[in-house]
Design a protein around this ligand. Structure first.
Ligand code: GDP
Ligand code: MG
Length: 297
């Protein structure tokens, strides 16, 4: 029998290419929230996949993006770049339907890291005709000497077994670093806040989701169920009304969707209370960011 392997697989790419979807798909559960809007993932989140031969620790990261005007966006870019330092292998995720200048930026940073890079061409379900994929693979091979280039669809769960088989040889021989029943480094409180933010992002339009954050104040597990109190922080007074909605309609919908999902995931009844509060310009204030759970990498 070969030795046990364990190590870190950093999942890196520009926003919205499907990094979190990919991780959730290989994990078979939702570890990281997903929306169609860029910059949904704001934190470094570990997803631990344990099998009899290897423990693969995926590092989900915020998308590396160009327009990083606010302190939060700078922090997000740094969080992603820092994940490279510890990685045993990097999954460079791109959208197989098109290459952008932001992909170029990311690749430039990856080349400076020492870890081997596997190019993951995601969203192949959207590539038509399929022959285009061969061109894309050829173009990728010309851009860098990747350890592997692998087309997948995270959404349709296509070719993910192949991706998983490919990873253990990149990892060092090591006993597992996490207990086998632990699938993330994040707490239930953190996940609850993320699920609430996901529902807000899905239900609110345009720029507003970028200006809000969710803080779980109380997470009380009792015999009868779980009580969660959370604050939705917005940047300006004018945003508060939009988040609450007419007769509280938006907030009610968000609360309901989040509660149903958390109930399903936690297998407990959930009582959820949401408040909307203003903290002016929190996303550009380092002290606020730290207090709201945005850790410096
Ligand atoms: P991230 O920002 O890189 O983490 O991207 P997300 O995982 O949040 O996904 C961004 C959007 O792309 C979401 O709407 C996903 O449903 C969608 N998506 C992710 N993977 C695929 C895929 O393989 N095929 C298609 N068609 N859409 C995908
Ligand atoms: Mg993400």
């Amino acid at each position: 029998m070969s030795a046990y392997r364990c190590g870190l697989v950093a999942v890196i790419g520009r926003p919205n290419v499907g990094k979190s979807t990919l991780i959730n798909a290989v994990m078979g559960r939702k570890v990281s929230i997903v929306t169609a809007k860029p910059q949904t993932t704001r934190h470094r989140i570990l997803a631990v996949h344990t099998d009899p031969n290897a423990q693969i620790i995926f590092v989900d990261t915020p998308g590396i993006h160009r327009k990083a005007a606010k302190a939060m966006n700078k922090l997000m870019n740094r969080t992603a770049t820092n994940a490279l330092a510890d990685a045993d292998v990097v999954l460079f995720v791109i959208d197989a339907t098109h290459w952008t200048p932001e992909d170029d930026d990311v690749l430039k940073r990856l080349k400076e890291a020492r870890a081997p890079i596997v190019a993951v061409l995601n969203k192949v379900d959207k590539v038509h005709p399929k022959e285009h994929l061969l061109d894309t693979i050829g173009l990728m091979a010309a851009r860098h000497d990747f350890a592997e280039i692998i087309p997948v669809s995270a959404l349709k769960q296509d070719n993910l077994d192949h991706l998983m088989d490919l990873l253990p040889p990149f990892l060092p021989e090591s006993p597992p670093l996490f207990p086998e029943d632990m699938y993330t480094d994040r707490s239930k409180e953190f996940h609850a806040a993320e699920v609430i933010r996901e529902k807000l992002t899905l239900m609110l339009h345009q720029e507003l989701p970028y200006g809000l954050t969710v803080q779980v104040e109380r997470f009380l597990e009792e015999e009868s169920g779980i009580t969660i109190n959370a604050i939705i922080w917005v940047e300006r007074d004018s945003q508060k009304g939009i988040v609450v909605g007419k007769n509280g309609g938006v907030l009610k919908k968000v609360g309901r969707a989040a509660r149903l999902e958390l109930k399903e995931q936690l297998q407990r009844s959930v009582h959820l209370e949401l408040w909307v509060k203003v903290k002016s310009n929190w996303a550009d204030n380092m002290t606020d960011l730290m207090n709201l759970g945005y850790e410096a990498p």
